[in-house]
Design a protein around this ligand. Structure first.
Ligand code: 5GP
Length: 195
């Protein structure tokens, strides 16, 4: 199999990593394709099955764990399982592309451990826990309970930042996007378009 590279973006929920990953995916010269994770959580808002996630029932998710179909998986929140299917990475490499992940810190570090030579692991840091709370509230996609759960988890996640190859501080989105672009372009050795 021709192996490409793996680019991991991990961060506490609400740090802006999804915005960064979406921006990078639009840059053709980086030859990236998004690793669609599987999850047992319910779809939110206008999320599409097979595009944002592969939405599975809890039962199907557990069956795939038994069948050893996951590269990594995790119960990120109670009964909410998330994982990267091995078939997903193979699908993207077969297309001659590099895989970009938008996953939680434990999953991100797992990928780095499985493929230490070909993974760039980037941590996106929110300006503060307070700011994170504000962003999650603005998103209006979760109940107060769920927001508290995500904020509590964020403090633990922030402590793992030093284990990543790079930390991007998302204080100003434009700067964070440029920084992310430069890191990834160098890593995949992309030919940058003329300015
Ligand atoms: P959300 O429910 O907000 O889409 O995601 C919740 C958390 O699960 C986020 O931190 C997200 O990055 C993480 N996540 C998404 N996909 C995966 C995956 O495949 N593996 C792991 N370990 N975490 C994931």
């Amino acid at each position: 199999m021709s192996e490409g590279k793996l680019i991991v973006f991990s961060a506490p929920s609400g740090s802006g990593k999804t915005t960064i990953v979406r921006h990078l995916l639009k840059q053709q010269e980086l030859k990236l394709d998004f690793s669609i994770s599987a999850t047992s959580r319910e779809p939110r808002g206008n999320e599409v099955n097979g595009q944002d996630y592969y939405f599975l029932s809890l039962k199907d998710f557990k069956q795939k764990i038994k069948n050893d179909e996951f590269l990594e998986w995790e119960e990120v929140y109670r009964d909410n399982f998330y994982g990267t299917l091995k078939s997903e990475v193979e699908r993207i490499w077969k297309k001659g592309k590099h895989v970009i992940f938008d996953i939680d810190v434990v999953g991100g570090l797992d990928i780095k451990n499985i493929y230490p030579e070909s993974t760039l692991a980037v941590f996106v840091k929110p300006p503060s826990i307070e700011e994170l709370k504000i962003r999650l509230k603005k998103r209006k996609t979760e109940s107060d309970d769920k927001i508290s759960m995500r904020v509590a988890k964020a403090s633990i996640e922030l402590a793992t930042a030093p284990q990543f190859d790079f930390i991007i501080e998302n204080n100003h989105l434009g700067t964070a996007l440029k920084e992310a672009y430069n890191l990834v372009a160098n890593y995949v050795d992309a030919e940058k378009p003329q300015e």
